[in-house]
Design a protein around this ligand. Structure first.
Ligand SMILES: Cc1cc2nc3c(=O)[nH]c(=O)nc-3n(C[C@H](O)[C@H](O)[C@H](O)COP(=O)(O)OP(=O)(O)OC[C@H]3O[C@@H](n4cnc5c(N)ncnc54)[C@H](O)[C@@H]3O)c2cc1C
Length: 469
């Protein structure tokens, strides 16, 4: 008799866990609440017919750079990465943009007087990306696989983005680094925010910041296709309400966050473990807008047309002020806005000659404030005439995000705050395990945290398999 395991949630981490368990010859059933698999890696017609928008994630430095995804034959299941000529652009008020080039040598040249400092910061990790990724995309360990490399990273790991950016002479480079670090949802004066900036910069040179042809759904379909080949089954529109529904399985893996796990399975856990799960803290939410556009975005700095991702926030100080406001529980009037323009590089996303754009800004968790005017004024600031290109828009408040994916608690896209405590012990000291045998967490609320890399699911399944032997 084959051992049976179930996975609750078909996000990238649930699918990764399912694949690892299926590779170990377990019989796998995945139950997904939504009509389509993928969680925050889905592509949907959110505005007008023919315009295909990424509901959640859109750009995949850690997907292309994931040691686990790399080990799978995802291209045989249709996954094709598209690289825009440059990974990211950061326009400024003088009508120019700082562009991060993919080739490190070119990036160093284009960053001028800061090129050497940039190179010194990232080069060792770019050169050894796969060694670095195998250590950084796993639970923090006192005994890393590559101790010298990780010791070198550790020197910067706890530093704030401000401390690291202070090494740059040019305000343009500082602004670029602020945009990278602000992906963390941390304040730029907080510990770890600098490491996060580096964790965005390093793969930009090592593996790029690609988008999948056809959108996030193509990555999900490739994972589902491979799982299917291994014999795993996925049932969509199957929301689990209570763990009692899973009595047929000796292993239960939850691609959900601690709050949901408590609601579904709380009575199986010790009082102490329940208390630990209740202490888990969620991070800021996002306010997101998807656009159907008649034209490419009319950037003042035409260099922005070379990058799929564009960071809108101006100077380091402005980006820092925006993120500081959110961390203090308020809203920025000039929010830092992350924008992706996939159809410039992948025509399959929109009808011929038309375009899509994906934007969000951080807001306090559960915020109900309408940020649309502030978001659009930031876009207009760097692309005057943008609003004339808008054919349709779809706005997602944090609550709307959570309605489409229950893991996005209060609009938190990272599966929980990534502060120092939750970086070290995520979500508890047990990490993937719970106080109940056979019940595991595998979502981005476990190490290494948010992002589409599947490494939470990969390590969670490994921990579960280890408990069998
Ligand atoms: C707006 C946004 C932008 C992002 N941008 C990027 C990006 O560009 N690049 C990047 O790498 N990452 C990005 N992320 C983060 C990334 O998408 C997540 O970290 C990643 O999807 C986490 O994967 P997961 O499997 O842990 O959870 P999810 O992707 O959230 O999947 C969880 C799944 O579990 C299902 N589920 C929940 N409860 C139940 C239940 N009771 N029964 C059955 N099923 C259930 C949900 O429906 C969902 O399908 C973004 C996320 C969002 C929302």
């Amino acid at each position: 008799m084959k051992r049976r395991a179930c996975i609750i949630g078909a996000g990238p981490n649930g699918l990764a866990a399912a694949i690892v368990l299926a590779q170990a010859s377990l019989e796998i059933d995945v139950f997904e609440a939504e009509p389509t698999a993928g969680g925050a890696a889905r592509t949907l017609e959110l505005t007008l017919p023919g315009f295909r928008h990424d509901f959640g994630s859109a750009v995949y430095p850690l997907g292309a750079g994931s040691p686990f995804f790399m080990s799978l034959p995802l291209s045989e299941h249709g996954l094709e990465w598209i690289h825009s000529p440059a990974p990211v652009a950061h326009p400024l008020d003088d009508g120019t943009a700082v562009v991060l080039e993919r080739e490190l040598a070119e990036a160093k040249r284009s960053l001028g007087e800061d090129g050497k400092v940039w190179g010194d910061l990232v080069q060792p990790f770019v050169d050894r990306w796969w060694d670095f990724a195998s250590d950084v995309l796993r639970p923090v360990s006192l005994i890393p696989k590559h101790p010298v490399l990780m010791a070198r990273f550790g020197v910067n790991a706890l530093r704030s983005a401000r401390t690291i950016a202070s090494r740059f002479r040019n305000e343009r480079t500082r602004a670029l680094f602020a945009g990278l670090a602000a992906h963390s949802s941390l304040g730029l004066d907080e510990a770890l925010s600098g490491a996060f900036g580096m964790l965005m910069a390093i793969p930009a040179h090592a593996v790029g910041w690609p988008i999948p042809r056809g959108g996030a759904q193509s990555l999900t379909e490739a994972l589902c296709g491979h799982l299917g080949k291994l014999g795993g089954k996925i049932s969509t529109s199957s929301r689990l309400e209570h763990i009692e529904q899973l009595s047929d399985y000796e292993l239960q893996m939850f691609d959900v966050t601690p709050r949901q796990l408590l609601a579904m399975a709380g009575e199986r856990f010790t009082q102490r473990f329940k208390l630990e799960l209740r202490r888990f803290r969620y991070g800021p939410g996002v306010f997101k807008v998807d656009y159907a556009l008649s034209n490419p975005i009319p950037w003042r700095a035409s260099e922005c047309l070379r990058a799929a991702t564009v960071h809108l926030g101006g100077s380091f100080e402005e980006v820092a002020a925006s993120e500081r406001a959110v961390r203090a529980g308020s809203h920025s009037e000039r929010p830092f806005v992350l924008l992706v323009q996939p159809s410039l590089f992948d025509p399959s996303r929109a009808p011929a000659g038309k375009h899509t754009a994906w934007v969000y800004c951080h807001v306090p968790n559960g915020s109900t404030r309408d940020m649309l005017p502030m978001v659009e004024s930031q876009i207009e600031r760097f692309a005057p005439g943008f609003s004339d290109c808008v054919l349709a828009r779809r706005v997602f408040s944090p609550a709307d995000m959570e309605t489409k994916d229950a893991n996005l608690v209060g609009g938190d896209i990272g599966g929980g705050a990534l502060d120092v405590r939750q970086f070290l012990f995520r979500p508890t000291r047990r990490r993937y395990a719970t106080s109940a045998p056979g019940i595991y967490l595998c979502s981005s609320s476990t190490p290494p945290g948010g992002g589409v890399h599947g490494m939470c699911g990969f390590h969670a399944a490994g921990a579960a398999l280890a408990s069998f032997s």
